[in-house]
Design a protein. Sequence first.
Length: 196
Amino acid sequence: MTVRRRSSAGRSVRGLVRVARWILNAAAALGVAVVLVALIGFLFGVRPVIFVSGSMSPAIGSGSLALTVPVSATDIAVGDVVTTPRAKDGVLVTHRVASIERDAESGRWYMHMQGDANKAADSETYDVTAGAARVVWHAEGWGRAVAALDSLWVAAAAVALVIIAAWPSRRRSRDVHEETPVSAAEAATDRAVGAR
């Protein structure tokens, strides 16, 4: 009499595939969420900002992720945290509004800002006649996580997961159900050892 038992390699492959599929499904759900957030952002002008310095600490630390919405010059108030480009190089600056006023002659709006951690206001006067972007939400440390998504290693890991999850199903099925012949004596020995 011959008893057949499943190979442990088959069980290992099945477990690995199950974990890979779970991770892939979670990644797909995350991808859908990212697309939805991007769509909402596009429709409503919501934009992400990653803080690379500690100039807004302790309110918003380095490595934080913030979301901004468009705001007109007339709606900017002292105390708002606002993002606007520097005139000289276009680099975005996100600081707290120290003052804002409309020039009577030109009709243009000018703003001064200062980082919470800075001892003095920014040297630049920002022209916000066309508006700016106000910070409406932020989360500490999330900026680093978002930046990491651009990493080559993260992309490589994602590709590896897709390959594992897409492994041919016939091969998986054959591996999972692979059986090893076992003599009746070996089966009896296994049962006897297990009963001790």
